[in-house]
Write a protein that binds this ligand. Structure first.
Ligand code: NCD
Ligand code: ZN
Ligand code: ZN
Ligand code: ZN
Length: 435
């Protein structure tokens, strides 16, 4: 048996802070209460002046590994996660080999065991009804569909495919997540420069895809989730649709802060899909977090090698796990988004939407905890990342709020800038299906 008390901190209750401590025994929270009322523990972590949050949940992470281990692998990606305060991440299926059948998923799960510093769940992607059942049986958490291009041989060129997947998601009690860009409106040639990329991914591609998804959500009753929302018009459609469909969406820290103007400065490093947009889009999505119409913040941590970012035809995406907390807490300290909006979007909301036992500090829960110093100012320096992708569109930004320690399954895995334990994460499986 091991035991750890976290004392003197400000504990997040779901809607605000209280002065209370946590007693952890093995990998579970044994008690929440005032310091003196907690049972004695082997180790006491003094969180004076710190915020104590439920471990953050990221429903959109690309851990890569396997053939893409040169971009990122389980160890580097989940190290980045805990360094950023994330204790649960959901891994995207556009890997090589891709997670498009049960065998690939099982192999990936086996390979992750013993290498992950945080808890990890896995997506699967397919347009075949048979395979949705197999993927669900093998434990995928949710389904993913990329509407904009054929990924790993799976495409959703016809609405029928999308509907099929949505129906399967409904039947197997899974969320179905979409990269919402309608290929009809995307440029036909691969963009050569960063500016080209923007032109080939216009806002109307996203808006059109979202309109289609709303229809399918309505028709099937499925839990539909829109990934990395980037447009004002897209959010307006989703807001209206919420009245009679089960649709949610996520925003990334980069779409909450950065605009397309950064492309001129950073070129390929700022290329991402969907692209960075206008000030107006950013302002609307920020408001969406504040008013709860954007329920989830997800990093879309999408590492590539520096060579792939700086060459011709720059690969879209960049790392995000290690910058999210600093960037988001800065929005809070500047009064742009209230604390509750940010923390809910990183904890309770993603946990509820994806049926994860996470996002809550309460007796009996798995002891995943994130300790943050709200005063600490620091400068984002990608050369210090645990991620293999040592670049960032936030490079050089002064932020306030830093992760001091991250606890996964009762083990302090990250403390004072260092990974200090063996991989303590576990694989999180989706609910078994009956038929
Ligand atoms: C992602 C990637 O690199 O896997 N890239 C990105 O720009 N967001 C794919 C994706 O999430 O669409
Ligand atoms: Zn995407
Ligand atoms: Zn593209
Ligand atoms: Zn992604």
């Amino acid at each position: 048996m091991s035991s750890l008390n976290i004392v003197n901190g400000k504990l997040w209750t779901g809607s605000g802070f209280v002065d209370a401590g946590i007693s952890i025994v093995d990998d579970w929270i044994a008690k929440i209460g005032k310091g003196p009322t907690l049972p004695k523990a082997e180790r006491v972590l003094n969180a004076k002046g710190k915020f104590v949050f439920p471990g953050f949940v990221d429903v959109h992470t690309h851990l890569r590994d396997a053939d893409y281990s040169y971009k990122e692998h389980f160890r580097s990606g989940t190290s980045a996660a805990v360094a950023g305060g994330f204790t649960t991440v959901l891994d995207m299926p556009n890997t090589s080999p891709p997670i498009t059948n049960a065998q690939a998923l099982k192999r990936r799960i086996r390979s992750a065991q013993g290498k992950i510093f945080c808890d990890v769940g896995f997506y699967g992607s397919t347009n075949s009804v048979e395979i949705t059942r197999e993927l669900a049986n093998a434990g995928c958490i949710a389904f993913k569909a990329y509407l904009h291009k054929t990924i790993n041989g799976v495409s959703f060129t016809s609405d029928e495919y999308i509907e099929t997947l949505a129906m399967a998601a409904k039947k197997f009690h899974r969320v179905v997540c979409f990269h919402a860009e309608d290929r009809k409106y995307l440029g036909r040639t691969e963009p050569k420069t960063a500016k080209d990329h923007l032109l080939t991914h216009p806002p109307k591609a996203e808006v059109s895809a979202i309109a289609k998804l709303i229809k399918i959500a309505k028709k099937t009753g499925a839990k539909v989730h829109v990934c990395h929302l980037s447009t004002k018009d897209g959010l307006n459609l989703i807001k209206k649709a919420k009245r009679n469909t089960d649709i949610t969406c996520e925003a990334t820290p980069h779409h909450l802060l950065l605009t397309e103007s950064l492309l001129t400065k950073l070129g390929g490093l700022a290329v991402v899909e969907p692209p960075l947009r206008s000030k107006e889009d950013v302002a609307t999505i920020v408001k969406g977090i504040a008013d709860g119409s954007v329920e989830i913040i997800a990093t879309d941590h999408a590492p590539h090698s520096l060579k792939e970012k700086l060459g011709k035809n720059p690969r879209p995406g960049f790392p995000g796990l290690e910058t999210a907390a600093g960037v988001l807490m800065t929005l809070v300290s500047k009064g742009i988004i209230p604390m509750g909006g940010i923390v809910s979007a990183l904890t309770t909301n993603p946990a509820r939407r994806f049926s994860l036992h996470a996002g809550k500090l309460a007796q009996g829960e798995r002891a995943n905890v994130t300790i943050l110093d709200p005063q600490k100012k620091w400068k984002i320096d990608p050369s210090k990342f645990y991620s293999k992708a040592k670049y960032s569109p936030f490079d050089g930004m002064e932020v306030q709020g830093r992760i001091m320690a991250t606890i996964v399954g009762g083990k302090v895995v990250f403390e004072d800038g260092q990974i200090i334990s063996e991989p303590a994460g576990k694989v999180v499986l989706g609910k078994q299906i009956r038929s």
